[in-house]
Design a protein around this ligand. Sequence first.
Ligand code: BES
Ligand code: ZN
Length: 484
Amino acid sequence: MKKILLQFICLFFVGNLQAQQNEWLFATTTVEYANNLKNEFPNKIEIIETKNDLVAVYVDAETSLEIKNYGNLHGPGFVYKVDKDDAIQSLHSNISPNVNALNFTITEDAFVEQCISLVEEDNLAQTILTLEAYGTRFHNQPSGIQASLDLKTTWEDLVAQFNRDDVLVEFYEHSFTQQKSVIVTIPGLEFPEEIIVIGGHIDSGDFWNPYDAPGADDNASGIATLTETLRILLANDFKPKRTVQIMAYAAEEIGLYGSADIADNYSSNGKNVLAAVQFDMTNYNGSSFDIALNTDEAYTSNELNLFLIELLEYYNSEGEHQITYGSSQCGYGCSDHVSWAENGYHAAFPMEAAFNEVSPYIHTPNDTFASMNNDASHSVKFVKLALEFVIETAKTSQLAVIDVDENEEVSMLISDRKLIYDFSQSNVDLSSIQIFDTSARNLISNNKLKNRGEISLESLKNGAYIAVFKSEKGKTYSKKFLLK
Ligand code: BES
Ligand code: ZN
């Protein structure tokens, strides 16, 4: 039965692809999965090149789907590539050297605080339920195609409601599927060429039954997160310095197709995306901490993760907006952030839980809002992080009313593997310091701190870190640094 279904699905999937010679595809996957497949079907897969635990392969399209036959509900799939060069190049992708994500700063606290207080759980619940009600949003199903058309209308209605005729909502059409991606553009007023991206996929998938894939967590919750973020930005008349784009990607579940199409196109047109953050599954609270920063070496930016840590420490370390976090890995290219990373952009993927603790219902008919107790409170945290990220990277162009305390003369500098700090010229009373690495590990901490002094960094390996000082009043002062 499974076999027949598979072949059926293959016709759907592969029949829709651009004409591929003999139905073979170029793709990337993990060494382990490629080897498994090769052992089973020696003549159906050709390994072109290997780098670390990734391989570029040329594989029979039908056989490529066998991977899903190993019994996992999710796991390493093939990430399809247009041609051989594309497959090989993606093994060697490097994070763009011309954007230094260590330069992102926190300067917009008044505006951010105002925005993160406005997140409404009900709105998230409504969007999740609306998307779930399509029954399936699989990319080639009429209801899946309709879902992308309707999302454009929903986003346009929000833009109209707040009278923002400067904000664009557009389809991004793909040749391989009728499902469309949808992109909102909030134009940057000072540096329009510099683009900040947040995104998530609109499609859903259930490999065994594409007709019954409610996809409430995967990924109605991510689209709900983006929609609520957009609503709050518009409601507060956000006019950024840099351009912000909010993207709903088509056809992620069959190999990141929609986002790959967009990110490849952006990169070939030389578009300057400073950073892209993915929201894929935000509503299942499965771990002892709220958010797991994905640290897959090949697909996420250490520097961008460090900035997310800086935001979480600054805005969410205590009180009503508290968000706890850790890190985790998929171990394979699991979502659309990969499409950005493979094109050399800084990408990050804050996950709803550690990889082995995410919703057990995804890719099944049970991925419903009811399975998440009709509660959207976990997604609320992701909206806050999305707002913090967008506002602090794109910056407001309105005159900010910042309550700068003239007496806050603080200095933090790195010299000879020492962190030298001086808060004694200010009226800040220091209470603690913590130093984190890019995987959110707390490597140094001290909660009996004088107002000036030195901290030895000799125990730290070369790499990127963030030092977070907290005052008695709970205010955060941070410094990111590189040891090399
Ligand atoms: N939302 C999942 C990715 C995911 C799964 C993230 C589990 C964290 C934990 C995504 O929609 C998905 O299903 N991805 C595929 C791979 C992709 C290349 C088709 C998967 O994980 O099987
Ligand atoms: Zn999925």
